[in-house]
Design a protein around this ligand. Sequence first.
Ligand code: NAP
Length: 421
Amino acid sequence: MSLCFSSLVFNLHSAKNQSFITRFSSQFTHQTSKVSSVLSAFSPSCPVNLSEVLNFRTDILKPISASSNPVAEITNPPLFRRKNPKDINILVVGATGYIGKFVVKELVNREFNVIAIARENSGIRGKVSKDETLKELKGANVCFSDVADLGVFDKCLEDLGVSIDVVVSCLASRSGGVKDSWKIDYEATKNSLVASRKRGASHFVLLSAICVQKPLLEFQRAKLKFESELIREAEEDNGFSYSIVRPTAFFKSLGGQVELVKDGKPYVMFGDGKLCVCKPISEADLVSFIADCVLSENKINQVLPIGGPGKALTPLEQGELLFRLVGREPKFLKVPIEIMDFAIGVLDFLVRVFPSMEDTAEFGKIGRYYAAESMLVLDPETGEYNAEKTPSYGKDTLEEFFETVLREGMAGQELGEQTIF
Ligand SMILES: NC(=O)c1ccc[n+]([C@@H]2O[C@H](COP(=O)([O-])OP(=O)(O)OC[C@H]3O[C@@H](n4cnc5c(N)ncnc54)[C@H](OP(=O)(O)O)[C@@H]3O)[C@@H](O)[C@H]2O)c1
């Protein structure tokens, strides 16, 4: 054990096992360079008795129903619902993210008046310049500001001098780290609510994630806290409403192994390949659903879990699909899930000694979560994930997405610093 343990410490930030780990993590649909660097510490051949060293909590919190909140009746529909789209001002925060960009485009195509908030250096690792952002968000009124700072953001809206009808938030921490999750998934999102309410906003569309049903991670707790405050706001003011969208996995999160399999490598999955089932949804279908939430009265004051069309897929089935498309015999590399448990046990221990490793430990937990948890509705009665109860929307299939990636690569589907549900 000590040998393995010290190799863990030495390798914590090593890229030694990077390619294995990248594939490793892409199987469970959650990629992060930081998670990868954490996982890179673990050699699957480590001769340790995992059950002996494991001190990992396997109990889970009580499942939270995805759609248990009652639909409040709107007795006095806000004025914006009677206006033409071009007269409806929609504030989009998180406009420069993977989904946010597509949301802006969809809302512009639907002829709404879109005010998109962006940072001066946006995108993954701040690599996108102001000019590029303006091009990406064409058709929207782009306002460069800092939504994480309420004073600055409020002033920006004041200078803009327009009222807001609807807010669409696609904000998310880019790292998934503990403090950043609270700063963005909770505080910055709350800032957008506070500042826009001052300017008349009467509907808030929140892009959340289906995994918040079983909140074991900080970003999930941060998202849930905001969700509950948003719901309370609507309960206290009958003229205000929300739509909380909780999607399953995005296609991009499942595409990480396509090119590797094309190059003859095996498909990597955890356990028997039947953990972490999902009903993946394309970004095009998801943004269409999000845009529907602006005006659809049947989406008012609802928590909306949403997946793509077709049946739910296990990683094993995703791998089989991929091998069929490349025309080769399936070749799988099955990784025991206990490796992740071991990782978390060690990281939990280390963080007690080195509190500065808080985020590293959190990335380990994020990795474990997506290796084992399904992205489906969690049935509150049975406590089990339920594919039938996970609504489907749209028309794009994972098979079509894999075909596109096989043809054109993953360009435009960059996984970024992290990809969390
Ligand atoms: N990946 C999946 O399969 C999946 C599935 C279900 C749900 N989801 C959820 O979908 C949501 C959106 O995901 P995504 O992939 O579109 O996210 P993303 O690409 O990481 O975008 C995050 C957005 O938040 C902004 N942001 C982050 N930190 C900020 C800061 N400090 N100040 C100001 N803005 C900041 C980013 O702005 P910059 O461009 O300036 O950084 C960007 O616009 C997340 O909540 C995620 O949990 C994901």
